[in-house]
Design a protein around this ligand. Structure first.
Ligand code: DGJ
Length: 742
């Protein structure tokens, strides 16, 4: 997967078998984006991709008779104030008040492998053969600052990652007011913009719209990476591209703070994409000798539609973003007590629930909110990370031992970034809130955000939680975060550096994650934020699974999990079977359907199994056994295929296929029943055309039959809708195991 510099033409060509990215050095020393798309044969000179012509009202940036104008050129990293009137990637305020910069090409380096961006999360390589990195350094003489544009191309993935770094060497300080991670410019505007947007309990719905001239963007400004509202991801797809055909470009931002991913279509039909930290709430002072590293943008190219884009993200994020003990392992089947008890529990009740879970074959019991301080409701207690001995007389260490004695692992909920005003922590340190002096302190869920931009705050919380982890037997942590940030101001930062607070806050969160995951490498971390409000790649680097949504209704979950799968591997999606009527939408769905949908995730339960009938309990035992048999395929080995979209009709279907194509599990779900309806053919994917397969309807193995891969993919699995009637009609589902027999 070479990166080649063509000296004569002054062009860099990054390419592998699937993708090409070509950059040129322009006449004014700035960098030009010449091409990004399907792999091209390498050649000496791609300068024919450069466009330059005389236009009226054009501002020219080279001496006469030159014609180079930044407004009509596709740039790698456009800066403010150059005669390019579109939204720039960079703006630097200087001591004299000027915001005009001129970064010109200085040199380049080609590195084997991929440098770490620590303390920032980023994708990585395990050996240097997996990818190469190009670092282009540009220099602004007047302020004496280097800017390094960094590109990694992976060998086996159609992936290019981007980030930008600044090193300031000048005597006078400068202020980065906008410093995006990446910019890409396309030749045309013939795209639909696809985004994952929503709100609490309906996170990551798939939305798309045709690009128009002007700016269209998604962003997050609430301190999390878009929260439940906008995920830090955008795809540009050709209007005729679908799940399995056509060109798609994905942009995923590896960060957990404020972000902006923006498209700007010029009136000359060119499309500029910029991705990075949102400039609105950001500024960063650089003194002599200081540097600033932007987070990473992961760009995926697919010429086989959205599904190929998603599978690329899944593989990359599963193998080269997630880390640690749990990266390559199937996940334990857990039971979480939140929806079973909320705050109303004591040790006896917990042990009772855990005992029944053990009987069902569950492996991990998770104690959720309410175990600490005076936390009997959500008005108080956050920050006091010691057990409530009235509820748990022997503390967490005693409870964890008792749970382990039952043969279960023990997991614990925490919300380390938050504090209630009714807590010992707040009473001792009232100035540790993120809050602006003399201004109203907005509250949300009666709680406030601790100022993680300050090291002493992170140190304190670390000691408190590490003590519990050292003293007890804890195998899993659910790290929750239940409110967005307001009045962003730190009493620990000087006035000129207040623009740094939101980024420094996230660096504090990453620091705490780093310390805890290093000291307790065996613990499985699951991130969470009022459900799925912090489902971003930055989090996955530290916590290899995320609670997908507080909405545990099976029907709602089809949309949430379908949308989430655009970027995130299903092993990252926390998914549980919960009680009916569902606590969020009050809907009753069959327990089989709740499991059939939750299988395509981490799988677990979120209810008191003691309240189920004997028949339901038997079903739960079978579900647990099924997941134990197939979780290696579903979570570790398989590729995920979306078959029928809940955003487009009454039916949802998806499927996982093993790498060797010998095994597959497919799920079909219908929202509402149809009367006297025709049969349906579920066309599956990813099988070997001439392979003979057994098709097993999981709860009715007597109906097993054999068919070749091509029959199943092009003819489909016939589904008699009467079959669905027998399973309750509305909200019924079918689960198929497809096994190769020859
Ligand atoms: C929000 C989470 O999403 C829930 O699962 C639960 O942990 C509650 N917080 C507890 O307060």
């Amino acid at each position: 997967m070479p990166i080649i510099y063509h000296e004569q033409a002054k062009e860099f060509h990054l390419f592998n078998d699937e993708v090409s990215y070509i950059i040129g050095i322009m006449e004014n020393g700035q960098m030009e984006n010449l091409y990004y798309g399907k792999a091209l044969r390498d050649r000496e000179d791609f300068s024919h991709f450069h466009e330059e012509t005389m236009r009226s009202q054009m501002s020219v940036c080279v001496p006469e008779p030159g014609l180079l104008s930044m407004h009509y050129t596709r740039q790698e990293y456009p800066v403010y104030g150059t005669g390019d009137y579109k939204s720039p990637a960079l703006c630097i305020r200087q001591e004299d008040g000027s915001r005009i910069t001129n970064f010109v090409y200085k040199d380049y380096k080609i590195l084997k492998g991929k440098p770490s961006l620590a303390p920032l999360p980023a994708t990585y390589v395990e050996d240097d053969g997996e990818g190469d990195t190009l670092e282009i350094t540009l220099h602004d003489d007047k302020i004496n600052t280097d800017m390094v544009l960094s590109y990694t191309i992976y060998k086996d993935y159609p992936v290019i990652t981007r980030n930008t770094r600044f090193l300031h060497k000048g005597e006078s300080s400068i202020v980065l007011e906008k410093a995006m991670s990446a910019c890409v410019e396309f030749l045309d505007m013939d795209f639909e913009m696809v985004q994952l947007s929503g709100a609490w309990a309906r996170e990551r719905y798939v939305k798309s719209r045709r690009l128009e001239m002007g700016i269209q963007s998604i962003y997050g400004m609430n301190g999390t990476c878009g929260g439940a509202e906008h995920n830090p991801f955008m795809a540009l797809k050709r209007p005729d591209a679908g799940e399995y055909n056509g060109e798609v470009y994905g942009f995923s931002f590896v960060y957990s703070g404020n972000f902006l991913i923006q498209t700007e279509v010029s009136t000359f039909d060119m499309t500029r994409v910029t991705a990075g930290i949102h400039p609105e709430s950001f500024s960063w002072v650089l003194q002599k000798g200081e540097s600033f590293q932007t987070p990473e943008t992961v760009m995926v190219y697919s010429d086989q539609g959205l599904n190929k884009m998603s599978q690329t993200y899944h593989r990359l994020y599963r193998k080269r973003l997630m880390r640690g003990t749990w990266r390559d392992k199937a996940r334990p089947i857990l039971l979480n007590n939140w929806e079973a008890t909320y705050f109303d529990f004591n040790e006896e009740k917990i042990l009772n629930i855990a005992k029944k879970a053990k009987e069902a074959g569950v492996e991990l019991f998770v104690l959720d909110d309410g175990w600490f301080g005076v936390r009997n409701d959500d008005y108080r207690g956050l920050g006091d990370w010691y057990a409530n001995l009235e509820k748990l007389p022997e503390g967490i260490s005693g409870l964890s031992r008792k749970i382990e004695d039952m043969g279960l692992k023990f997991g614990l909920w925490v919300e380390l970034e938050m504090v209630n005003k009714d807590s010992d922590l707040y009473r001792q340190h009232p100035d540790w809130l993120v809050a602006a002096p003399g201004r109203f302190e907005s509250h949300a869920r009666h709680q406030h955000v601790l100022d993680f931009s300050r090291k002493e705050v992170v140190d304190y919380i670390y000691e408190m939680i590490a003590k519990i982890l050292r003293e007890s037997s804890i195998s899993y942590i659910k790290w929750d975060m239940n409110r967005y940030m307001t009045e962003p101001y730190s009493r620990g930062a000087e006035p000129a550096r207040q623009g740094e607070v939101m980024h420094r806050y996230i660096l504090g969160v990453y620091d705490l994650y780093t310390r805890l995951t290093e000291e307790f490498p065996e613990i499985l971390f699951e991130s969470c934020a009022s459900g799925g409000a912090r489902f971003d790649p930055g989090m996955l680097y530290f916590a290899p699974q995320t609670w997908t949504s507080d909405d545990t209704d099976a029907n709602e979950r089809t949309k949430i999990q379908y949308g989430t799968s655009y970027v995130y591997p299903i092993v990252a999606m926390g998914s549980h079977v919960s009680a009916v009527p569902n606590h969020q939408v009050f809907r009753k769905t069959p327990i089989s359907t709740r499991a059939n949908i939750a299988y395509f995730g981490t799988f677990g339960y979120e209810l008191d199994l003691n309240l189920l009938s004997d028949q339901e309990m038997e079903e739960v035992k079978k579900q647990v056994a099924f997941m134990k048999e197939y979780r290696e395929l579903i979570q570790v080995d398989g590729d995920f295929f979306r078959l029928l979209s809940p955003f487009e009709g009454n039916d949802t279907a998806w499927q996982v296929v093993s790498q060797d194509k010998k095994q597959s599990v497919a799920m079909f779900y219908q929202k509402l029943n149809k009367v006297n309806a025709s049969w349906l053919r579920l066309k599956v994917k990813g099988l070997q055309e001439d392979g003979l397969y057994q098709v097993i309807l999981v709860d009715e193995p007597a109906k097993t039959y054999e068919a070749y891969g091509d029959e199943l993919m092009y003819g489909g699995i016939p589904i008699d809708r009467m079959e669905l009637n027998r399973r309750g009609g509305d909200f019924a589902s079918l689960l198929f195991v497809i096994k190769k027999v020859n």
